[in-house]
Design a protein around this ligand. Sequence first.
Ligand SMILES: *Cc1c(COP(=O)(O)O)cnc(C)c1O
Length: 343
Amino acid sequence: MKVNLISDTVTKPSKEMLEAMIAAKVGDDVFKEDPSVNKLEKEVAALFGMEAALFFPSGTMTNQTAIKIHTQPGDELICDHYAHVYNYEGGGVSFNSGVSCRLISGNRGRITAAQIKDVINPPDFYHSPKTTLVCLENTTNKGGGAVYDFDEIIAIKELCDKHNLALHLDGARLWNALEVTKETPIDFGRVFDTISVCLSKGLGCPVGSLLLGSKQHIREAIRYRKIFGGGMRQVGYLAAAGTYAINHQLKDLKEDHRKAKELEGVLQMRNYVQNVEPVTTNILIFSLIEGVSETKFIKDLNKRGIDIISLGKAKLRIVTHRDYTQDHHDYVLTTLIKMNEYA
Ligand SMILES: *Cc1c(COP(=O)(O)O)cnc(C)c1O
């Protein structure tokens, strides 16, 4: 059996999704004439109660565009030290926007209003960079799929308003957060100036991300998307995959969460495991006891047909997703239990 647990980006379109893609009506989206893209943008904007949305080829590009909109070169943004915008976007914050990151050591990728307040540079002190933007991530990736407490988000929003800071949400996995919190997309749409969401994480779409914001923000975003090389032509085939996923597959995320939770339970009981971070969504981060080599453990799992990755610093990561079937799951649980050489 081959089981891929390295990321939820490995999911592939289902037969039904492929059919929706083939049937899509398309046009030239650079001229805003692709009906399937226009439909998806309208639907997702409405879902979040935001004025407008824009389709992008990647989540990196939506985040980078949002940062570009909210900042000027020389500015500073505030984010957690685990943030995707800081760690995994190739240094785009400085490359694209000439902006530096003020990092906070939060709790599994989540930062608080009090922590942010401490690091806002005084606006009239021209020796330090001007703080103009706060970026949150929900769920957190490197933080192991942790979910923000909405009250904290509200407190952060109030702080941002008071200090005239923009607030962006990297919501690559906001769908997973929405599955486990009582808040709705509208609640998130009310709080953030811009939100990025991904369609290619756990939803089966080949690519795709959307940036949500005001009409004014999205007008600016179209220009930056063009500059970043993200203007696409008959891309409605991909947008149709996104529309299909949002209407039919969001509900399945709770299955991914259930499986991650069960893996947590089994890993907690293994004597070769040092620590398992609490699982709330579809990401599981764990570490092995001293003396057990991660490289060897990953290799041994791989020999048994199971792929997982290391995050460095002794952390291993498992991500469940819609193409990780119940059969796969049963096999992985049994295999983890049977890894006797590690006992
Ligand atoms: C995956 C991801 C992104 C976007 O990544 P792309 O690979 O460019 O789509 C952004 N933020 C987080 C937290 C992610 O996990």
